[in-house]
Ligand binder design. Structure first.
Ligand SMILES: Cc1cc2nc3c(=O)[nH]c(=O)nc-3n(C[C@H](O)[C@H](O)[C@H](O)COP(=O)(O)O)c2cc1C
Length: 327
């Protein structure tokens, strides 16, 4: 078992320390460990050029126009059986660097898109994508906070696993952590998270052996955290449409209502809708089809005179101020 720990905190700060706590426990379980301090790596923002999704839709493979360390980082994750992210909580959510990683994973590493590209490539050239990109993987997230403002962070974190369809094992946050190295309960929990990751990674490795493209076939949960309000994805964050009881799980995107069951809120959705969840292949297919339809409409609009005239009008309204440091 190879376990990769990734910290997004300051050098040798609390996030690095907590990541190493879990990695040490993983090593004690027999895992080979590797640690990445993410700020040592050159990770640029996603610019939104959509070369990655176009590349996959056209069966050209995995393309990104940004030249940096992201590809090498992705390969590190692909090679690992389990990945642990330890990320400082910023403004109640994930850090900016974490969001950049999530965006870079985005459509270009989406398991649904990869499957589509794989079969197109097979048809065109006889060679599809390397099967390693379709392996299921165990992934856990821990947010480390200096206060108790933290409730967006679990959703932010789990979003990174959504695109590749990796299996979330633990996802939680630790508050009031400036002196976390002295807090034995949190150290103990972190060790448990490290051990859980190894255990789930072993289970997933066994399941990986069974299918050629297991990411498409295995909707099994390997969750080892506390039960969440959403029975599908264990999410605890919901968007409530104003003035209604109708809500959406912010993580998997299922729609339903929140109801009190045995003294706790439980998210209820129509079981006939579960295939629409964004973290499983059926939901990815629906979402992909919607995007494809919209992209095609936009392509057609580029030739439309009214579209061109509106674009020209608004572009002429003002020019952007140049960056003072890039001149
Ligand atoms: C920009 C910024 C925003 C922060 N926002 C929060 C927050 O919303 N909630 C929280 O608990 N801690 C917050 N913190 C504290 C950080 O989570 C804490 O400093 C970090 O986990 C320390 O990690 P390190 O020692 O690994 O660098 C914030 C810190 C910074 C720099």
């Amino acid at each position: 078992m190879k376990i990769l720990g990734v910290s997004l905190g300051t050098k040798n700060g609390n996030n690095d320390t907590m990541c190493r706590v879990a990695l040490e426990a993983a090593r004690e379980e027999g895992a080979e460990i590797e640690f990445i301090h993410m700020f040592d790596w050159d990770i640029k923002y996603c610019t939104g050029c959509v070369a990655c999704s176009r590349g996959l839709v056209m069966g050209k493979g995995m393309i990104c126009t940004q030249k940096d360390d992201f590809k090498a980082f992705y390969e590190k994750m692909v090679d690992a059986d389990g990945v642990l992210f330890v990320d400082p909580i910023y403004e109640s959510g994930g850090s900016g660097l974490f969001h950049a990683l999530t965006d870079r994973m985005g459509p270009g590493h989406d398991s649904g898109m990869l499957i589509g590209a794989h079969f197109q490539m097979l048809e065109k050239t006889g060679q599809g994508l390397d099967p390693k990109y379709f392996k299921q993987k165990a992934v856990s997230f821990v947010g480390i906070g200096g206060s108790d403002w933290a409730v967006r962070v679990e959703t932010d974190h789990a979003m990174l696993a959504m695109s590749p369809g990796w299996k979330v094992v633990n996802n939680e946050f630790f508050s009031w952590c400036k002196d976390v190295i002295m807090q034995d309960d949190k150290i103990e929990r972190m060790k448990e998270i490290g051990r859980n990751l190894v255990e789930a990674a072993k289970e997933i490795a066994e399941d990986n052996k069974e299918g050629k493209l297991p990411v498409a076939e295995n909707n099994k949960s390997y969750w080892k955290g506390r039960e969440g309000a959403c029975p599908h994805c264990q999410g605890n964050n919901f968007y409530i449409f104003p003035g209604t009881t109708h809500c959406v799980c912010e993580l998997c995107g299922l729609e339903g209502t929140l109801e009190v069951v045995d003294g706790a809120f439980k998210f209820k959705f129509d079981p006939a809708d579960e295939h629409k969840a964004h973290d499983i292949v059926s939901g990815k297919k629906l979402h992909g089809d919607d995007i494809f339809e919209n992209e095609s409409r936009l392509m057609d609009l580029y030739k439309d005179e009214e579209f061109k005239s509106r674009k020209a009008h608004y572009t002429a309204v003002c020019d952007p101020t140049p960056s003072p440091s890039k001149q």
